[in-house]
Design a protein around this ligand. Structure first.
Ligand SMILES: [Zn+2]
Length: 385
């Protein structure tokens, strides 16, 4: 391998590494891979040993766009809260869940993406800002009388389901990354087409300096565009902005992915149903919303809950189902029922799982993929016609 080929290979590997985003397993990702339509992705690739998966973004022009939505990591009611991740952990270990009544809470603090209650990790959020918002919510609920807590919870959800505010934010991000993305595409062609051709024609040692000099104006223009967009959309995240700028200055291929860091968390603080409504086409949004409703109606790991936790989760799920139903009817204009019996697709299938809709030969029992969710019998036999 010549020096030029080795140099180009390293450049490609560095760039491809920057196309990968590491995400928690519960994150819902919306991706615009090519063209103008967004798709949603969940459970991208689960390693089975940790709550981590990854998303590989489109490395070629037009580079695509991505944004994440983070399902609320706890159930909360006027009585207390239950963390979703602790619930799943306790089910794996056979232990009890850690539901907490507000009377038992002494302190609530955010630490990174975690919310700490009484000095112990209670749950992990999608972002540090969400951990701060969740900690503020729990602190304010703790300070209120029990009879005042429901209206405080309602105000919290009102912001999460504010379609107009979320849409304005997404539109603003799209507007701000438009020119930035064009510059990123130009840089892609410069780094991966023009630079290798120059190196091949004149030799790496002769071409390296003349090829490297134009990267300075590229870095200035893209970093400036990133800084302005990021500061306008995330004024409080000065440390993250600075970290990204330092990385961009030290590694030119990273500049090409600048837009990802502008749009990634643009809809944090809004419910996934709102994010899906803004980004997805009609049919995909109906299927996406149906999935979310099925998951809330058929929660997993119920055996791991104590009585307090069970009551908190039931109250939380009823509240959420009501809010989603109102949103779908009043904001998204969906009047018809979203959750229907699945089409009987296999003559041998006798039952289906109401959460994941997989079909089974057995007539009763639990779904093997959805811990604790009971199968439902098809009410009609398979119709081959
Ligand atoms: Zn299932």
């Amino acid at each position: 391998m010549t020096d030029g080929e080795l140099f180009f290979l390293i450049l490609c590997l560095v760039y491809l590494a920057d196309c990968v985003h590491w995400l928690s397993q519960s994150t819902i990702v919306f991706v615009k891979w090519i063209g103008s339509s967004w798709k949603h992705k969940t459970g991208l690739l689960y390693f089975g040993i940790s709550d981590i998966n990854f998303l590989f973004m489109n490395p070629l022009p037009p580079l695509g766009l991505m944004t994440c939505s983070y399902p609320f990591p706890i159930s909360v009611s006027p009585d207390g809260a239950v963390p979703r991740d602790a619930l799943m952990d306790s089910s794996h270990t056979g232990g009890e869940s850690t539901s907490l009544r507000f009377e038992d809470i002494d302190s609530v603090l955010p630490r990174g993406k975690d919310a700490l209650i009484n000095g112990k990790r209670f749950c992990t959020c999608g972002t540090e800002q969400e951990a701060t918002a969740l900690s503020n919510l729990l602190r304010s609920l703790k300070s209120l009388k029990p009879g005042e807590r429901e209206s405080a919870i309602d105000s919290f959800w009102e912001k999460q389901f504010d379609y107009s505010a979320a849409k304005r934010r997404m539109d603003s991000a799209n507007e701000r990354v438009r020119n930035l993305k064009s510059m990123c595409v130009v840089l892609f062609f410069y780094l991966f087409v023009i630079a290798p051709v120059c190196c091949a024609l004149f030799g790496v040692s002769n071409a390296l300096l003349p090829v490297a000099v134009p990267l300075i104006p590229f870095a200035i223009i893209i970093n400036r565009g990133f800084y302005v967009a990021h500061k306008a959309l995330y004024p409080e995240l000065s440390f993250e902005r600075l970290t990204e700028l330092v990385k961009n200055c030290m590694c030119s291929p990273a500049l090409i992915r600048a837009c990802d860091h502008v749009t990634k968390d643009i809809l944090q603080g809004y419910h996934p149903v709102v994010a899906g409504h803004i980004l997805l086409g009609d049919e995909e949004f109906r299927s996406f919303a149906s999935q979310i409703v099925r998951k809330i109606r058929n929660p997993v790991f119920l055996d791991a809950l104590d009585n307090t936790g069970l009551k908190i989760m039931e109250w939380h799920n009823q509240k959420l189902l009501g809010l989603i139903s109102d949103y779908l009817r009043n904001i998204a204009g969906i009047e018809s029922q979203l959750v229907l019996t699945p089409e009987h697709g296999d003559p041998d299938a006798n039952s289906y799982c109401p959460r994941c809709l997989c079909q089974f030969v057995q007539a009763e029992g639990n779904c093997p993929d959805c811990a604790g969710v009971e199968l439902i019998l098809f009410d009609k036999p398979f119709n081959c016609g």
